[in-house]
Design a protein around this ligand. Structure first.
Ligand SMILES: [Zn+2]
Length: 217
């Protein structure tokens, strides 16, 4: 998990250095979720009927908060590479909490009992806006469906009519709010230019494998 997030961090810094500042940059860090699933029992051992050993708690209790510090440092590094007037949105698609069904003795095949952190009864995820034009305070009820319409509107692109979410207008000062597109548009499909890879350039062993699996003829 940390390796994957490290790779995402490095890939993002390389892209920013080589290609400059884009209109929209989205980076996903999956490790927080994985760390919480696997190490919650050591982070809040009192929440579990089958308390992990004191030795394990001493060794592994720091993993969940430590992983937050690690991601926080990555976010801090990325922020330093962005312009001062960048709008930053930090969000999670869900929260996490202790898994009441956790049974340390079960195997990975029983995933619902094997992991000590769960999304099941967990608190909601987070959504933070930061930057110029952001209004201090709390926003109303939001869901993951609100993110795409909000980001589109901030980029000056009207969201489509079939998007279920709303634009989180209350997060912004009146000047920004008034500049957002108010109409929705019908869904349109942009023709994409797609060039299939040339088989001659591909690895013969890979082609044979894909052929044997029925992906190509
Ligand atoms: Zn998860």
């Amino acid at each position: 998990m940390a390796l994957q997030d490290h790779a995402s961090h490095v890939a993002t810094t390389v892209a920013l250095e080589e290609q400059g500042i884009p209109d929209l940059l989205m980076v996903y860090f999956s490790g927080v979720d994985a760390a919480e699933h696997q190490y919650w029992a050591y982070y809040q051992p009192d929440e579990f009927s089958q308390r992990p050993s004191a030795e394990d708690v001493a060794a592994l209790g720091h993993v969940v908060p430590g992983y937050y510090r690690y991601i926080d440092a990555i976010v801090g590094d990325l922020l330093k590479r962005l312009p001062k007037d960048a709008l930053v949105v930090v969000l999670s698609d869900h929260g996490q909490g202790p898994n009441p069904n956790y049974r340390p003795e079960v195997t990975i095949s029983e995933y619902g009992k094997w992991v000590s952190g769960t999304h099941g009864e967990a608190p909601p995820g987070i959504l933070l806006f930061s930057g110029p034009g952001v209004k201090p305070g709390r926003v109303g009820h939001t869901t993951v469906f609100d993110i795409a319409p909000t980001l589109l509107a901030l980029l000056g692109i009207p969201p489509t009519q079939d998007m279920p979410g709303r634009v989180v207008t209350e997060a912004f000062v009146p000047e920004v709010r008034e500049s957002l597109p108010t109409d929705r548009v019908a869904r349109t499909f942009m023709p994409m230019e797609f060039a299939p890879p040339t088989p001659a350039a591909a690895d013969p062993d890979l082609l044979e494998k894909l052929r044997s699996l029925g992906y190509i003829r």
